[in-house]
Design a protein around this ligand. Structure first.
Ligand code: NAG
Length: 304
């Protein structure tokens, strides 16, 4: 309710030749009322559909499980330079498409509660995602926790939604014994990400984004071991680093990730495991438009 509405009472706008058309009574008014009612009706229909979908999800056991207490946290980071190379088309919600504002260092994928046996809980009891709960964090989340695709991931209730919704409902709800509610889940994750700046540790060791350099995997791992006294998990796409994961105990002290999680699903892991020499690709951003940061903010707000 700001610039658009107030422009109706703007004298410059009213004196425009088209202004009389835009405020033409009474047919226009009646027509608008009908359109308005239709929109409301469609809206109500959608709400009913969504809640019905939620119920079906529960019956099928997709959401709201009570699961056993987890053992440790895994902070999962993405290397945008690798993920964004898969971008085939752009949209405002895709962090890869922000032109010169596109992320250059590791961004957050999620904070995941895990078990020591290499498995993890998912979709636990908890409140549904509500973007209003994290409205004060949206600036930081857009910057450091962007979605790197245009598709909407699944939530735990048979629907699809924001990347953040997926992370909170699938993983965050299972960590609530330690981190608390949705707002605290996102705040906690941002804080750990700020405290353990992998991009900086690698940069100081000479490992910077490049489309020509190859770096020894062992060198990357020991730079992180020296800085944080823990061994990270890495996943690659070809020789390009795609994900890097740091593990923490429930007091947020760094610890090693469960050994089993490397061997648990042999096929998937071997496909994603990194070779001895890896790259940290640079990404030349596709551009969706001029004011990308504003566009992505607008997307978030319109999805409330
Ligand atoms: C991490 O370090 C990099 C490189 O020094 C810096 O550009 C970035 O802003 C830092 N990230 C955070 C979240 O502080």
């Amino acid at each position: 309710m700001s610039s658009k509405c107030s422009s109706h009472s703007n004298p410059i706008f009213r004196s425009h030749p088209m202004a009389s058309l835009l405020v033409a009574p009474p047919f226009n008014f009646a027509f608008r009322s009908v359109v308005f009612l239709v929109i409301i009706w469609i809206g109500l229909f959608c709400i009913v559909e969504i809640s019905a979908g939620g119920d079906v999800g529960e019956v099928l056991g997709k959401g709201g499980h009570k699961q056993r207490e987890f053992d440790y946290f895994k902070l999962s980071l993405q290397w945008p330079g690798t993920v964004c190379h898969r971008t085939r088309h752009c949209c405002s919600s895709n962090g890869c498409c922000r032109g010169s504002n596109a992320p250059t260092g590791f961004t957050i994928h999620g904070l995941w509660p895990d078990y020591n046996d290499g498995t993890w809980p998912a979709c636990c009891n908890g409140k549904r995602f509500d973007v209003k709960e994290i409205s004060t964090l949206l600036g930081a989340l857009n910057k450091f926790w962007p979605s790197l695709s245009c598709s909407s991931p699944s939530n735990c209730h048979g629907g699809k939604g924001l990347f953040w919704e997926h992370e909170w409902e699938k993983h965050g709800t299972c960590a609530s014994s330690v981190v608390g509610d949705e707002y605290k889940y996102f705040l906690t994750t941002l804080n750990i990400y700020f405290k353990y700046n992998i991009t900086e540790v690698l940069r100081e060791a000479g490992y910077v984004a490049s489309n020509s350099e190859k770096y020894p995997l062992g060198g990357i791992i020991s730079a992180i071991q020296n800085a944080f006294h823990t061994t990270p998990e890495l996943e690659c796409s070809g020789d390009a680093v795609e994900e890097l994961r740091l593990c923490f105990d429930k007091n947020f002290k760094p610890r090693d990730c469960a050994v089993d999680s490397n061997t648990e699903s042999g096929i998937v892991t071997s496909k994603k495991s990194c070779p001895r020499y890896v790259s940290l690709p640079d990404y030349v951003s596709l551009n969706v438009g001029k004011n990308d940061a504003e566009v992505s903010q607008a997307t978030v707000h319109s999805s409330i």
